[in-house]
Design a protein. Structure first.
Length: 172
């Protein structure tokens, strides 16, 4: 190959190499409150003084174990905020939230989506002799640290996306 031809191809070769080593860009849910602009995250509903329901939702690429960890971390944080020393998760329900794609009148569209969800029922106590209750402060510190430092492998993201899309009848 002539030097001029090689020089012309060099930027393309470098660019292809950079693309092959680019990190996986599919986001997973982080620990934070959900809102209209960012539906991944947690929210809660107070049932009474010692009972809450905490729900968390992930992105399509968030494994359900991480979504549950987000809900449990929020449950522990609520206990700390309410000055309750202990809490226990009474039940866990997994689900998938499906959304339809939309075509806009003047062009453009939004794709169909799916996201894993977890709903946990939580009971709080200031003092307890029941061994199923755990320390709120220790649990919150542990779970929030895990969430902050956890790196979700690309294959786990792909598997989570396939599972949520399949549950909604969408193609991966």
């Amino acid at each position: 190959m002539r030097p001029q031809a090689l020089a012309a191809l060099l930027p393309s070769i470098v660019l292809l190499g950079a693309c092959a080593s680019m990190p996986d860009l599919k986001p997973v849910a982080s620990y934070g409150q959900s809102n209209m602009m960012s539906p991944a995250g947690y929210w809660e509903k107070q049932i009474d003084d010692t009972h809450y329901q905490v729900t968390a939702a992930g992105t399509e690429a968030t494994p359900k174990g991480r979504v549950e960890k987000i809900a449990r971390a929020r449950a522990a944080q609520i206990a700390v905020e309410k000055r309750m020393k202990y809490y226990k998760v009474a039940s866990v329900q997994y689900g998938i939230a499906c959304s339809k794609g939309h075509e806009f009148y003047k062009g453009g569209s939004t794709p169909a989506g799916s996201r894993p969800t977890v709903l946990i029922d939580v009971v709080y106590a200031k003092e307890t002799a029941d061994p199923s209750f755990v320390s709120a402060a220790e649990s919150y510190e542990s779970l929030s640290g895990e969430l902050a430092n956890e790196a979700v492998p690309a294959d786990a993201k792909v598997a989570a996306e396939q599972e949520t899309r399949a549950a909604c009848g969408q193609r991966a």
